[in-house]
Write a protein that binds this ligand. Structure first.
Ligand SMILES: *Cc1c(COP(=O)(O)O)cnc(C)c1O
Length: 233
């Protein structure tokens, strides 16, 4: 193993242990929480090292990075998950390269993705990103539009809607962070009462995943704790 891979293996083991601990703390089965490794800003060779550890699904926030890495790693069978704000004009590349989009937050984007996916003859998994934090820098659908949006997505057969995603507020106060996660879970529960099936809740990152797990996250998106610090995060 290269030094890089050895470090990644240690980080990966530690993250899994911390997730297991967080689950045990709140009486959840660790198998009920998926970890999505977030490889954004790290190069193809780092992703290759991670793949050698058995990881095959990676979160990226820029479509250009997915293009570059998918090309460089075409010999591996990897799944690329879009977790960054998505411009409609990127729909074509996403339809070609991504297996999932976790940041679906407006009708125009759903239409563009559906059109391109139909042309490709593909379907993808999507999560609806909901804005649960007041910060202007955070994207997502306003919570009061969720019911209408979910209904409108029924007409896009190439988008398999599996749940909701959010980014919590950046706050030193755990309760404020946790309130964002709880809000997402409550929105999901309400939507399920309205007849939607939304088993997945993607919420929590390196700094706040324990709170997200306590509020029912089924998937946490982990960059720093696996790959290390980013120069330009
Ligand atoms: C970068 C990013 C993450 C991972 O953040 P870390 O703090 O490095 O774990 C998770 N979700 C989204 C949407 C991101 O952009």
């Amino acid at each position: 193993m290269s030094a890089d891979t050895t470090q990644l293996a240690a980080n990966w083991a530690q993250v899994r242990q911390r997730v297991a601990d967080a689950c045990r703390e709140v009486g959840r089965d660790p198998a009920s929480v998926n970890i999505l490794p977030v490889s954004k800003t790290f190069g193809a060779e780092t992703v290759r090292s991670a793949a050698s550890l058995g990881l095959h699904r990676f979160g990226e926030n820029k479509v250009q990075e997915i293009r570059d890495k998918a090309l460089a790693l075409a010999d591996l069978d990897l799944d690329w998950v879009v977790i960054g704000h998505l411009q409609t004009n990127k729909a074509k590349d996403v339809a070609r390269l991504a297996s999932e989009v976790q940041t679906l937050d407006r009708r125009e984007l759903a239409e563009a993705l559906h059109r391109r996916l139909e042309a490709e003859g593909r379907t993808i998994d999507v999560l609806v990103q909901v804005k649960t934090s007041p910060e202007p820098s955070k994207h997502g659908l306003p919570p009061d539009q969720l019911a209408d949006f979910l209904r409108s997505l029924k007409s896009f057969g190439s988008l398999r809607v599996g749940g909701l995603m959010t980014l919590a507020i950046n706050s030193p106060r755990p309760q404020e962070v946790r309130d964002c996660f709880r809000h997402l879970r409550e929105l999901r529960d309400r939507a399920e009462q309205d007849g939607h099936r939304l088993p997945r809740l993607s919420m929590g990152m390196s700094g706040d995943f324990a709170l997200a797990i306590a509020e029912g996250a089924t998937e946490i998106r982990i960059g720093t704790a696996i790959f290390g610090g980013r120069a330009n995060a």
